[in-house]
Design a protein. Structure first.
Length: 425
């Protein structure tokens, strides 16, 4: 029998809107960020007129799956996130949406399904929170912390896109540039820890950048993430040389076996968002000791509740938990904050690309103050859609001509010989 009042809780309409927002030329092992980053904004509406929000990747293949999945939610009770996952599994059976940037490992149907489920789950939890007058973190078991610390996410970068104007951050192509960027981020946002995206220059240059950060801002812990650009021998050497200077070393080399070999001798913990990105990777990673820190990311772990399950498993196996980020807007930031608020063991400040995005689709983005975001207690996610901004960024998506993230292809427009750096040094 249907619970009393359930009909007004029925999902009536689901809208998926791709958007593009300006993104600086941030360099990584896969290439360089294109002038616009893509996201998909999900709106789930109920019969009674509530709207829940979700945000996820905007690449064409993923967008195609979201659009295919959306009608399957119609008629579902807004609280029934399990029912949603079952419906989407049936709808998308065997479908796969590989990404072109190659920073998150090989694709598979189950990974693709987890990525599609996630924004709909977030939107349904936003609805459930509005409906019950509770913040999303309360629906995840309640907040265990009041503020979520984030790290300043530093990137080597050009001062402008080819043919474009300066973006205001300046170039960062050597240790001095990275230190200047760190100081600017710390001044603006009060961050108390630093993450450097590596895999761009040969390892000694990146070791020098880490040392320069340590010398300039000695009270701030630093982590380094070359996205698997190094061989085993290079990873061993860098880990040895940076003993005492890194809070953790993220994905020095590809694969769970390679990471385990590095971990066996590294003086610092290894973290990953590349070799453990799905639940079925965990048994082998635990057996081998591939990573001492796993980066949660609700966008690909299958949503907020799945990420809480991940946190529990990390806790069982004595693995630390941090949080991964891609270029994102304010709906994702809010979801990350609610997750971090309710994840009992969160061992490190989270990553966020928020400072790199000048635009947003929410009217009231959660601010980063003193390096942290205060956990909101408003119903649902606590952010509201700015309809005009959504329309503008959707128009930008249609006009910019970019339909998938392709960092390598974009770098090749200026360096035709460029190849993604996988175990390249
Ligand atoms: O934005 O270029 C970038 C980053 O590399 C981003 O893709 C992630 O943060 O996957 C990256 C990571 O390894 O942390
Ligand atoms: Mg990483």
């Amino acid at each position: 029998a249907e619970p009393a009042g359930a009909s007004r809780d029925r999902i009536d309409e689901v809208v998926v809107t791709p958007v593009a927002f300006a993104d600086p030329p941030l360099l990584n092992a896969a290439g360089v960020h294109q002038p616009y980053a893509l996201r998909s904004i999900v709106q789930v509406r109920t019969v009674s007129g509530l709207t829940g929000l979700g945000e996820t990747y905007g690449d064409a293949a993923h967008l195609g799956l979201l659009r295919r999945a959306a009608p399957a939610l119609r008629g579902l009770d807004l609280f029934d996130t399990n029912g949603m996952a079952v419906r989407l599994a049936a709808e998308l059976r065997g479908a796969e949406a590989p990404d072109a940037h190659g920073l998150t490992g090989a694709s598979s149907p189950s990974k693709s399904l987890a990525r599609v489920v996630s924004p709909f789950e977030v939107a349904m939890l936003d609805l459930a929170g509005q409906r019950t007058d509770r913040p999303v973190h309360a629906l995840l078991g309640g907040r265990v912390r009041d503020a979520i610390p984030f790290a300043a996410y530093l990137f080597y970068k050009w001062d402008r896109h080819p043919g474009g104007g300066p973006d205001g951050w300046g170039a960062a192509l050597d240790p001095d540039g990275i230190v200047a960027q760190a100081r600017a981020m710390v001044d603006r946002y009060g961050f108390r820890s630093l993450k450097l995206k590596g895999g761009v220059f040969e390892p000694d240059a990146e070791i020098a950048a880490v040392r320069a950060l340590r010398a300039a801002l000695p009270e701030l812990p630093v982590r380094l993430d070359p996205n698997a650009a190094w061989t085993l021998a290079t990873s061993h050497r860098v880990a040895r040389e940076l003993a005492g200077d890194l809070q953790y070393l993220e994905d020095p080399t590809p694969g769970r076996y390679g990471m385990a070999a590095v971990a066996a001798r590294a003086p610092m913990p290894l973290a990953t968002n590349m070799c453990v990105v799905a639940f079925d990777h965990l048994p082998e990673a635990v057996r081998l000791g591939s990573a001492q820190v796993i980066l949660a990311d609700h966008h690909y772990w299958g949503g907020l509740r799945a990420s809480i399950r991940l946190a529990a498993m990390c806790d069982v196996f004595g693995i630390g938990l941090s949080m991964h980020s891609n270029s994102h807007l304010g709906i994702s930031l809010a979801a990350m904050v609610h997750l971090a608020a309710a994840a009992p063991a969160l061992s490190y400040p989270c990553d966020t690309h928020a400072p790199w995005a000048v635009d947003d689709v929410v009217a009231n983005p959660l601010p980063i103050v003193d390096g942290s975001v205060a956990v909101p207690d408003a119903p649902g996610l606590g952010v509201t859609l700015d309809e005009a901004a959504l329309a503008r960024l959707h128009r930008q998506y249609l006009d910019c001509g970019i339909t998938r993230r392709d960092d390598a292809g974009y770098l090749r427009t200026v360096q035709p010989e460029f190849r993604k750096r996988v175990a390249a040094w």
